[in-house]
Write a protein that binds this ligand. Sequence first.
Ligand code: SF4
Length: 279
Amino acid sequence: MTALEDCRIAEVECKSVLNKSALADYTVNCYAGCEHGCRYCYARFATRFSHPGDPWGNFVDVKVNAPQVLAREVRRKRLGTVFISSVCDGWQPVEASYQLTRQCLEILLHYGYRLTILTRSTLAGRDLDLLSSKASVDFGVTITGLDENLHRLIEPRSASPIKRLALLEEARRRGVRTYAFLGPLLPYLSEIEGSLVPLLKAFKDAGVDYFYVDRLNPRFGVWPSVKNLLQEHFPHLTQEYRKILFDERVRREYSQQIVSTVNRLARKQGLDGKMRLCF
Ligand code: SF4
């Protein structure tokens, strides 16, 4: 095991890497854990048994044999769609040296799998040479807002929103179909009009083919992390969040309201028909 800053990096071997998923036919995750350490991250559940009690963002298991395992699996599994990555960011900083996601991309593209990519890292720009002009690829970045101060609080180690937008534009210039993932929207922080209007305009300017909208979900480990963030920086919002997450009636009304707000603002930007809901 080696230590990079405050994140523990361990090399492990995996038995399988092309795994069935609800997001696509398969997902590929070359890492367990994620250096980005987003405060609202749902992926914590994936390491609840292997890293019980370890703070999210402070460990990464590197599946060093992932490309070799994948090369075997693609020969015997049915061709399909692959989502990269579902429980880590495939282009988190450790990927710069291991290049496992890149090797897996090469294999999947060679065998004709259809790929949907989602990242918060500009390192993915390194691999645009593989993706350029491929009709079988959708390339997306998550952007929850353009406010750099909020970004540093909620997604402390990922690329800035402006750099992610630049990555989307670069992908489009290189002939890749692109999308933005707007979520999770944080009540009173990132779903306000003052935040959404410039962001939707930025999506339009970046020429995205479509964008997803997601709300904050109280999945495994999310609420304790978000609650700590709120108590530290926005204590007046803690009770409001609790209601939006856990009171069914409030949650339903809140969800209807954000769908209608984003729809209205998207129409104003000429993004009609490009919104896809995750809930
Ligand atoms: S980049 Fe994705 S997987 Fe990584 S911490 Fe953030 S939300 Fe979780």
